[in-house]
Design a protein around this ligand. Structure first.
Ligand SMILES: [Zn+2]
Length: 67
């Protein structure tokens, strides 16, 4: 019964796929790139505070993120 060995190999493959963390957008079908986006959050007080946000970019929101 070689089934047990096959399952172990598949589990290893699945783990490696998770480690790479490539996400594909269901809308545009492109790979999502994980980037750190620096956004200016200018509040009503007028203080400029840069905000770091980790966002995932694909064709759907590329224009929003890069301006
Ligand atoms: Zn998309």
């Amino acid at each position: 019964m070689p089934k047990k060995k096959d399952r172990t190999f598949a589990a290893k493959l699945a783990h490696e796929t998770r480690t790479i963390r490539v996400e594909t957008c269901k809308v545009c079908g492109k790979e999502k790139q994980s980037i750190v986006h620096l956004a200016c959050s200018c509040g009503e007080s007028g203080a400029w505070r840069p905000q770091r946000r980790r966002v995932k970019v694909c064709d759907c929101n590329r224009k929003e993120v890069y301006g």
